[in-house]
Design a protein around this ligand. Structure first.
Ligand code: NAD
Length: 502
């Protein structure tokens, strides 16, 4: 009997250990940061909900934000935090307060860039009639390129009158975001991907974005594709968002329009977002730390919860994500609303952060009756984008744009002087001021600054030595060069813009 019992004990012990071992194996490590202001309250609520729903996660907590900033670290994030992020590769982030004053760098921009989080994914859905909106059937996902464009942060003052910000659009960066958008549409059963850009004006940069959209879109015949110039596209989005499904855009347009889309859906307080990289991904609410609401059990945890739902799908726990999301929809539908969305006649109870979380937990396993329930059965794993190897290109230099700082505003005088300089076939073909052609044959009405772009071209391919020789000649003639840009032909096609009016 004793033997049997001890055998039984060791059997249960074995099973318990095995069970614990398997459990530990199945738990996905994630990094969380409570953040500042309302951050700790909403993070507590979110963790309580997703754990009650059975999220198979094991969290490491890191300290980032205000405390770290004020301790003298201007990036707001320390080495242990980076280590945790690089180890777990999944980050659920509470909102951060960026201290006022110079020197503090945006933690969001730093994290996105350092970890290569190239895709910002922001679903913007309306929940009418439970949340007030003019667009009751809106269900748009904005996919914003997150690393490039004017956000490369390369800015220079070039002359006393002129500053410049470099807009960088790369082929691999564009291929990644466009392919991500189509893969996202496929995985989430979306029917259409729309691209917004401004390639009627920026023919090289936005032109590349549009071209890559057409190239990659052709590989997804089952998905409808459309392209809008961003200005009229933005107007259409603000007016009739229901005609859009997934929209992919370069960084700046995406930054602006994803906030517009979240706001017109009902509230920026109700949107979550994912920042996806090849290795690491970060999930958050789109709102900030709302310091005035902190510590009062007032804040709505929904934005962060929707970010956490995106995280659960990303780590392959679509079953838990679906359970949480549907319970959350049911809670909204049952009228349990925090102060920010509370409305007499629609809401049934004004609740605090904790009570809202309790109401969601009580509804786990339920589905909404009127709002559209979610289904994540197709979203089994994180979207991985594979780049195709670059095609070899033939690149030759055929000229150079020399930028001058020149105080005298007489374009003809400047042009006539530069016309006399010819080096190894490189000769002046035009001068522009702020992109408008002012020589030869400029208009006297054109306003000129102290910043001149002087284009020298040759009939044949040239070398950088020819450009250096030209720069020497221009400098010796008494002109003040501030920068140069090579003019290239790629695979026989001129890869630079013409001057306006040229
Ligand atoms: P905010 O989004 O923090 O707050 C604006 C207003 O929206 C608040 O006053 C509050 O009334 C409301 N609000 C926001 N979130 C809410 C919620 N969950 N529940 C209920 N009401 C909510 O914007 P802000 O006041 O401009 O910025 C405050 C701080 O947050 C700043 O330091 C800013 O830099 C930072 N911020 C951080 C992030 C981030 O970490 N991702 C994003 C935006 C702003």
């Amino acid at each position: 009997m004793q033997n049997l019992s001890s055998n039984f004990d060791s059997f249960t012990n074995f099973n318990q250990h095995t069970y614990i071992y398997i459990m530990a194996e199945q738990l996905t490590p994630i990094t969380i940061a409570y953040g500042d202001g309302i951050g700790p309250e909403i993070m507590n609520a979110v963790m309580r909900i997703i754990k009650a729903a059975g999220a198979r996660i094991k969290e490491e907590v890191i300290e980032i934000g205000e405390k770290v900033y004020l301790s003298g670290n201007t990036s707001g994030i320390g080495p242990e935090a980076w280590e945790s992020l690089r180890r777990t590769k999944v980050f659920l982030k509470g909102p951060i307060t960026t201290p006022q004053g110079g020197g503090f760098k945006s933690l969001n921009v730093t994290t996105r860039k350092m970890l290569g989080l190239y895709a910002n994914v922001r679903p913007c859905v309306s929940y009418a009639p439970y949340v007030d909106t003019k667009h009751p059937s809106m269900d748009v996902v904005i996919i914003r390129e997150n690393e490039e464009d004017l956000y490369a942060g390369i800015e220079h003052q070039q002359t006393p009158e002129v500053v410049q910000c470099l807009k960088l659009i790369t082929r691999p960066g564009t291929e990644k975001i466009i392919r991500y958008a189509f893969e996202y549409a496929k995985q989430y059963g979306r029917k259409k991907v729309t691209c917004f850009a401004k390639d009627n004006i920026m023919k090289q940069t936005d032109g590349l974005f549009h071209k890559v959209f057409d190239e990659i879109g052709a590989e997804y015949p089952e998905i409808e594709k459309e392209f809008w110039i961003v200005d009229i596209g933005a107007a259409k989005l603000a007016d009739s968002p229901e005609v859009f499904d997934v929209i992919v855009m370069p960084n700046l347009y995406g930054d602006i329009l994803s906030d517009v889309a979240a706001q017109i859906a009902g509230s920026v307080g109700l949107a979550g977002s994912a920042n996806i990289g090849e290795e690491v991904a970060m999930f958050e609410a789109i709102h900030g730390s709302a310091p005035r609401r902190a510590g009062q059990n007032l804040a709505n945890p929904s934005g962060l919860l929707l970010g956490a739902i995106q995280m659960l799908v990303h780590i392959g726990q679509g079953d838990v994500a679906e359970k949480v999301h549907n319970a959350w929809l049911k809670t909204l539908e049952d009228g349990y609303h925090t102060y920010d969305i509370y409305k007499e006649g629609v809401s049934t109870q004004k609740v605090g952060t904790k009570e809202f979380a309790d109401a969601v937990i009580e509804r786990l396993g339920q589905r909404p009756a009127k709002l559209k329930a979610v289904d994540y059965s197709q979203a089994k794993e994180a979207i991985k984008v594979k780049l195709k190897p670059a095609k070899p290109s033939q690149m030759e230099t055929v000229g150079v744009d020399i930028f001058l700082y020149h105080e005298d505003r007489n374009a003809n005088k400047l042009g006539d002087a530069l016309k006399k300089i010819e080096v190894n076939g490189l000769h002046l073909t035009m001068i522009t001021n702020r992109g408008v052609k002012v020589y030869p044959d400029g208009l006297p009405e054109t306003f000129c600054t102290d910043h001149w772009r002087c284009r020298f071209k040759a009939n044949n391919a040239i070398t950088y030595k020819d450009i250096l020789a030209l720069q020497t000649a221009v400098t010796e003639a008494g002109f003040n060069i501030i920068k140069t840009e090579n003019l290239c032909r790629i695979n026989g096609v001129e890869a630079f813009s013409a001057g306006q009016g040229a």
